[in-house]
Design a binder for this molecule. Structure first.
Ligand code: SF4
Length: 406
């Protein structure tokens, strides 16, 4: 397939598309995503139905909008700016399967010239040949699920790779044609000391990626970690180290030229993930695949997470939608605040209150003043911004900002 992006007569309904590839070699005990143990015989069935989902959604939107020219007019500047292959583990798929998905998108969306196509990979799947072929089909950004450079931590997380695999993968990416890349690291892993985490971060920095995502381990109830008392106890009793790791990382990454642009995301100038930036700025996006979410026409939609049910619904030409909701004023206000606070730009509080018709009482005023006084927040160009310490509590702070009377 050609690397250049053919422009067709179509337009792009949304600037961002997410493709969920649910297959994983093993299921990590902390993972709460829609995933399944990889079965190669499922790949072609899944891809076939995903392609059907894309065409059904596009056809449905066109049918609803009889006056296509009007729709085209409103979409005149809309091009597809970002495609994100996430999972799961997209790198379980072969190049022909990925090409088929990209072709379907090319047939239905106009690709922007500088479209960013991100591809999540696990270290054990990285090879020079695979990287070269990804480049050929148009992938221009990689995100590698490294998590740690320590074998003990990787074993604890149930990962399929060891530290050597991760080092080899980073070396291969550095030599590959795809030079825009991210590495995911995790902190707060049971048994991980602050000094081990510091070594992990130093190792990641040494490969000079232009993006690093840092995720604190979260315990989800229904996962094996959630049911393991030892793990939950460890996490609950080591919160101070969790905070120490995070605050140190923010300073260290800044010194390494990677600026924090969101709670968990750090990048070199201009190398923020386009997908992140579009979704977090409230742009519409479509997600395809089991468990994928979409936001389109002020409606949030989520697909069924079960891979088998996803396939069987589409086989019968039924869209695999699990929920669909029109966001209420309060939900929209909460979402706007949440996205803003997680972002380094913060939120203009006056504009936010006016936009959503909210009126603050004394409780909210006092709460915000306390955040300023205690070093959780600061003012920048009339915007209310969180410090790194505050970012760790962004979700809790958001809830407190919504007036209790509304
Ligand atoms: S590889 Fe990633 S998506 Fe798959 S189970 Fe592990 S954490 Fe979840």
């Amino acid at each position: 397939m050609e690397k250049s992006h053919k422009k067709n007569e179509e337009f792009s309904l949304v600037p961002a598309v997410y493709l969920h590839i649910p297959f994983c070699r093993e299921i990590c005990p902390f993972c709460s995503f829609a995933v399944c143990k990889d079965q190669s015989e499922l790949h072609s069935k899944y891809i076939k139905e995903m392609i059907k989902e894309i065409s059904m959604i596009i056809k449905g939107v066109k049918e609803k909008n009889q006056n296509l020219s009007e729709l085209q007019l409103s979409s005149v500047n809309k091009m597809l700016e970002s495609i994100y292959f996430g999972g799961g583990t997209p790198s379980r798929l072969g190049i022909p399967e990925l090409s088929m998905l990209l072709s379907e998108l090319r047939d239905n969306f106009t690709f922007a010239k500088n479209i960013e196509i991100t591809f999540e990979m696990n270290p054990e799947d990285v090879s020079p040949k695979y990287l070269k072929n990804l480049d050929k089909i148009g992938v221009n950004r990689l995100s590698i699920g490294g998590q740690s450079f320590h074998d003990a931590q990787l074993r604890k997380l149930g990962r399929c790779h060891d530290a050597l695999d991760l080092r080899r993968a980073c070396q291969e990416i550095v030599k590959s044609p795809i030079q825009n890349w991210n590495i995911d690291l995790m902190f707060g892993i049971p048994g991980q000391s602050v000094s081990m985490f510091k070594k992990d971060l130093e190792a990641a920095i040494s490969y000079i990626p232009n993006h690093i995502s840092l995720y604190g381990l979260e315990i989800h109830e229904r996962t094996p970690f959630g049911k393991n008392l030892q793990i939950s106890n460890w996490v609950n009793t080591h919160y101070h180290e969790y905070v120490e790791m995070y605050l140190w990382a923010v300073r260290r990454l800044k010194a390494a030229g990677l600026i924090q642009y969101e709670v968990s995301n750090f990048s070199r100038e201009g190398k923020q993930s386009k997908s992140n930036m579009l979704v977090w700025s409230g742009e519409e996006y479509l997600g395809f695949g089991a468990g994928a979410h979409s936001y389109f026409g002020k409606i949030r939609k989520g697909n069924i997470g079960s891979i088998k049910t996803y396939i069987s619904h589409l086989k019968k030409n039924i869209l695999p939608i699990e929920f669909e909701e029109k966001l209420t004023k309060n939900q929209l206000a909460m979402e706007f605040m949440m996205l803003g606070l997680r972002n380094s730009e913060g939120v203009n509080l006056q504009e936010w209150l006016e936009k959503f018709g909210l009126i603050w009482g004394i409780h909210e005023e006092q709460y915000v003043n306390k955040l300023y006084e205690n070093g959780y927040a600061f003012k920048k160009d009339n915007h209310f911004c969180l410090t790194p310490k505050g970012m760790l509590m962004a979700d809790k702070i958001t809830v407190e900002m919504i007036p209790s009377s509304s």
